[in-house]
Design a protein around this ligand. Sequence first.
Ligand code: PLP
Length: 399
Amino acid sequence: MAKINGGFLNLKENYLFIEIGRKVREYIEKNPDKPIIRMGIGDVTLPLAPIVVEAMEKAAAEMGVKETFRGYEDSGRGYPFLREAIAGYFKGFGVNLEPDEILISDGAKSDCGNITDIFSTDSVVMVSDPVYPVYVDSSIMNGKKIIYADATEQTGFAPVIPQNAKADIIYLCSPNNPTGSVFTKEQLKEWVDFALSNNAVIIYDSAYEAFISDARLPRSIFSIEGARKCAVEIGSLSKTAGFTGTRCGYTIVPKELEFYDDKGNSYSVLKYWSRRQGSKFNGVPYIVQRGAEAVFTPEGLRQTKESIDYYMENARIMTETFDALGISYTGGKNSPYIWFKCNMPSWDFFDLLLSQKQIVGTPGSGFGKNGEGMFRLTAFGTRENTIEAMKRVTELLSK
Ligand code: PLP
């Protein structure tokens, strides 16, 4: 008899985005003449940089020529040219990595979820509340126990290490989705020290690192002393370079990072993550990897920064609006998310914003109990929509 993995039965319905979709569809059906501004989704709106498109066109042409055609990639872990390009990028902000500590993937979401495979089922996973739901769902699917680190208004929505808590795996995300908060070096050091003292592994999701402009804030967990012994970092080109539909990410696993069996014997995390990927994943398309390589050239970084600057100007327009309204928020600086206090239950505010001002955002309560009373907007829209939306928000909230 084929039996279901019981973890799947413990998953909660993906209520948040289903419910948003349902409410928006209903509104549009009843009000076809009222155009909606979508500020809820985390997808980008600007196209790929020209240098990325050129690199992928060239690679596509190579695939059509016998001498340069490529089939399966040997290792499935990424071509050396891309791993070296990423190592060079990290060196640019002072983090030294060896190219073979970097494994290329089809995006951060897959790696954030799949990496739980290599850890024991009886691991205790700590996540923040509010949280990016992928960490929770993949741990539940794997039958792992989850505990929460509260991130509240009092801490600027930075998660705080719970007293006397023990964890084996710790998911951290900075700049954070949904709260927009960004760890300082001191805050991140506390987490590194906590992980080291628990023999735990931090899975550090840095999908939004490219949005950090304040040089005092860490772009990588590996800029913190001790992190190489307790952390894995997962990066993404989705928001950095508009790859949400092109798909490319990477996971960095330091060679000295170890985990243990029941008898206390230690094993290399890099070895087993490589083994897991080798068995279940056949690599990212050559064409995409050439496009990704182009992102990390000086001209690629210049072109992709133009898009990031565009989104961050949207974020500035948004934070200026909330400042003028006297509404407290986190994010919007060093982060494309603005997370603000809506002074009513999050879903009530969702309904109000949609029905009165035709703006779609994301209710904070969908990300955890500490998100109740909070609301998330993203800076990934067009300039025109952002300006118009902020005009409408001002009309609604200055009353
Ligand atoms: N991690 C975080 C925190 C995200 O917000 C997202 C996407 O929204 C991802 C990972 C997924 O990134 P990718 O498109 O590389 O799978």
